[in-house]
Design a protein around this ligand. Structure first.
Ligand code: EPZ
Length: 425
């Protein structure tokens, strides 16, 4: 099990090129199940999660090859079963449900189980498939779905916004007979990226990026070449890294329009944020000021940046109120930040943070992807040597993190304990 040894206290200064988005690449890899023709995906980040998804799509029988950041998928699926031992490693495996049902009329996908940040049910995914005419049963821990006559377009109303359920519904509806309307759909940039790729393959999707998406079903999809959109959460993480260390970072290819809520909040804390074409220049001169946030679906403040922002509020001037409205247990980073001297109290879905001038270096443990990077940020801002253990969580969502931060003055070193990683949930 690897850990990261960090000697903090130095401001980060330099340039970082943002990689392709994990949360766009994962559904896009599942699209490889939807056409026998060749799908070429460019700018696919090297991550544990993309590797898992490539493995799952290969398990279904599609040929998947990778050369640097380009992944090529071709051929038909021969198995429609996503087994527990693959799905439990990565919840996003549920995203094969829509594609398999749409293209082959059947899918047997293991229920993903919960994870560190919450129960994360899949009821909205199932109801979306049923709204398109699928027969879905839950048995032996599996979702068993079939549509022997194919799917039929319909109206899908999401009672709450769900990124994954919206993605599964889009992928299912593009090959359904007739029209579909998705109401209260997720508006994340990753949804738009998925729709753009499917349209390049011959799908007829409109309204993506808004809360109502219209889809005209087509008989089949062809191949395409598609470049994965930049990772706004990686970019936002590094923007906060500049703020917490009092440094200045230029984030290349960061797509500012995908980070409006964060940019607004950073400016409220006194951080200077400049947009130059697709780049973001983030400069913190003084100690940041405390400000409140509440996480919301896009275009609101992203839940995937909540832990990172909390780390910065731990050393801010003043007190802040951080409300997590998306997941019921996304404060796993709190006890670890408290070990570093942070002053945080939690009441249900709200954390109250009293900023301190300095934290104290300490050994801390990562629990989930974004919690782990929030601990790295806190350690980078803290004089002395800290260690973050179980950083396999980090490797799920950040490619070349040590390299990217090291180029900007961070002093961090990966230590291999020689033990196996725990199960990754
Ligand atoms: C996606 O997860 C992202 N993952 C998450 O990023 C992100 O935090 C989340 O969207 C919210 O933005 C990927 O895209 C691979 P949801 P997803 O369905 O689709 C509840 C990261 O760190 N819900 O939008 O699983 C759910 O429990 C990861 O990169 C149901 O109740 O999230 C949650 O409370 C973490 N029933 C809320 O909806 C369902 O059927 C939003 O979840 C589905 C979801």
């Amino acid at each position: 099990m690897d850990r990261l040894r960090i000697n903090g206290g130095a401001p980060l200064r330099g340039k970082i090129t943002i990689s392709g988005a994990k949360n766009a690449a994962l559904p896009l890899l599942a699209v490889g199940l939807m056409s026998d023709d060749t799908l070429v995906l460019e700018n696919v980040p090297h991550l544990a999660d993309t590797k898992s998804m490539e493995g799952l799509i290969r398990h279904h029988g599609v040929a998947v090859s990778r050369r640097d950041e380009t992944v090529t998928l071709s051929g038909a699926a021969s198995s429609f079963d996503a087994p527990y031992d693959l799905v439990r490693k990565m919840r996003a495996s549920i995203l094969v449900l829509g594609p398999l049902l749409a293209r082959y009329g059947e899918a047997r996908v293991s229920l993903p189980g919960g994870c560190a940040i919450g129960t994360r049910p899949v009821d909205l995914h199932i109801r979306a498939m049923q709204a398109l005419g699928a027969i879905v049963e839950l048995a032996d821990g599996y979702i068993q779905a079939r549509a022997p006559q194919g799917l039929t377009g319909g109206r899908i109303v999401f009672p709450m916004v769900s990124v994954g359920a919206t993605e599964n519904a889009i992928m299912a509806a593009v090959l359904a007979k007739g029209s579909s309307e998705l109401v209260n759909a997720a508006r994340e940039p990753e949804i738009s990226d998925l729709a753009d790729c499917l349209n390049a393959m011959g799908a007829q999707i409109s309204g993506h990026g808004t809360d109502t998406i219209m889809i005209e079903g087509v008989n089949s999809l062809g191949g395409a070449t598609h470049r994965v959109v930049a990772d706004r959460i990686e970019a936002g993480t590094f923007a906060i890294a500049a703020g917490i260390t009092g440094g200045s970072l230029t984030l290349k290819q960061a797509r500012p329009r995908h980070l409006d809520a964060l940019i607004e909040v950073l400016r409220l804390t006194g951080i200077d944020v400049r947009e130059v074409d697709d780049d973001l220049i983030v400069t913190a001169t003084d100690r940041v000021l405390a400000t409140d946030i509440s996480t919301n679906p896009f275009p609101g403040f992203p839940t995937d940046l909540q832990a990172q922002f909390m780390a910065m509020m731990c050393v801010a001037d003043g007190s802040s109120r951080i409300s997590e409205t998306i997941f019921e247990n996304r404060f796993m980073h709190v006890p670890e930040l408290v070990r570093m001297g942070a002053d945080i109290s939690v009441d249900g879905g709200v954390a109250f943070v009293r900023g301190r001038r300095q934290l104290t270096s300490a050994p801390v443990m990562a629990t989930d992807l974004r919690a782990s990077v929030s601990l790295v940020l806190a350690a980078l801002a803290t004089e002395g040597q800290s260690e973050v253990s179980r950083i396999y969580h980090l490797d799920r969502g950040y490619s070349k993190l040590e390299e990217k931060l090291g180029q900007c003055g961070a002093r961090l070193e990966r230590i291999n304990d020689g033990k196996e990683d725990d199960d990754v949930s």
